[in-house]
Design a protein around this ligand. Structure first.
Ligand code: ADP
Ligand code: MG
Length: 316
């Protein structure tokens, strides 16, 4: 299949109409209308075969996940996603891979009304780069830098599922369906980010692991955090499959959950928690922002919890 036939295939499968797209795929540049009074939120994430997903992974899952990780960055910013571009590097022009890939991408794009407005298609080792664009009102965006000592620390959903799923895949264990779904088809918490915007003091999505990502909030906000390992929300599937030491490691250092970790003062927390619950994904209080630096983890009895691995890092 030729380059332009591939592009056409992708365009057709990902077709989503939006009035704010004046010119989409097919020209030298897309022309897009940002609503007045809003800032444009832009973020890019790359998935590389053999690094972010296994060689031979289901193409439909890869398509979904390549958009999901980007939508998760919109969620963490409190932005409303609108447009995406897709830079695809493919070993060959294989429609049997690109078709399910585009379908997986489109499955999630439709859920969030994200229009694919352009991209690039090149030959090389399999890698996918998506750039996502969204809107957020000036002053309402969530950042990493606003946490204050005394704020509570919260996380949406449950932690550790994706890393548990990965462990099962790598050890060729019979995979638990829920854990594998969480690994291959993460749910970006876009609606929850919209609830949090303008109200949470800091926010980040958990992609590298809780301790690592909360550490970024701490650094940017010049504070520390004290986490209760026994308060970390766990799915029934994780509880059933792993004992405490393994579970803690998966929850504290396992990446790929794409939950939101945020901080909020106690006055706004009850309202936020109620609205998050009503949005379809409840949040759990896991600790407190403290003066100082770094992330400290203790169990419910106050004993320090050692963290073997702090989280995922390239070039480490
Ligand atoms: P140019 O040579 O001007 O960069 P291309 O031939 O790379 O243009 O792309 C032609 C059109 O198809 C452009 O509008 C581009 O944005 C779009 N496009 C190319 N690859 C993709 C892709 N993987 N997904 C979506 N749109 C793409
Ligand atoms: Mg090009």
């Amino acid at each position: 299949m030729a380059e332009f036939a591939l592009i056409d295939l992708i365009r057709k499968r990902c077709a989503i109409l939006r009035a704010d797209v004046a010119l989409g795929i097919g020209d030298d540049a897309a022309l897009l209308a940002v609503p007045s009074g809003q800032l444009l939120a832009v973020s890019t994430d790359t998935l590389v075969a053999g690094v972010h997903f296994l060689h031979g992974a289901d193409a439909r899952d890869v398509g979904w996940k390549s958009l999901a990780v980007n939508l998760s960055d919109m969620a963490a910013t409190g932005a409303e996603p609108a447009w995406a571009t897709l830079a695809l590097t493919l070993p060959g022009a294989d429609a049997r891979w690109v078709e399910p890939f585009a379908d997986g991408f489109a499955d999630l794009a439709r859920l969030h009304r994200v229009a694919l407005v352009g991209g690039d298609t090149t030959q090389g080792p399999l890698s996918i780069t998506v750039t996502i664009h969204g809107f957020v009102a000036e002053g309402a965006a969530l950042t990493r830098s606003g946490a204050r000592a005394g704020d509570g620390v919260y996380v949406t959903g449950t932690l550790g599922d994706a890393a548990a799923g990965l462990r099962m895949v790598l050890s060729k264990q019979a995979g638990n369906a829920h854990l594998l779904e969480r690994l291959h088809r993460p749910t970006p918490r876009v609606a929850q980010g919209l609830v949090l915007r303008g109200r949470a003091t800091a926010c980040i999505d958990v992609s590298d692991g809780l301790v690592a990502d909360l550490g970024h909030i701490c650094t940017a906000s010049r504070v520390g955090a004290a986490i209760d390992a026994d308060a970390l929300p766990a799915s029934p599937a994780l509880l059933a499959a792993f004992d405490i030491p393994d579970r803690r490691e998966l929850q504290l250092a396992g990446g790929d959950d794409y939950e939101l970790c945020f901080t909020a003062p106690d006055e706004v927390a009850p309202g936020l928690l109620r609205e998050l619950h009503d949005s379809g994904c409840a949040a759990t209080r896991i600790g407190r922002v403290v003066a100082g630096s770094g992330v400290r983890v203790r169990d419910a009895s106050g004993n320090p919890v050692a963290i073997a691995h702090r989280g995922w890092e390239h070039f480490a």
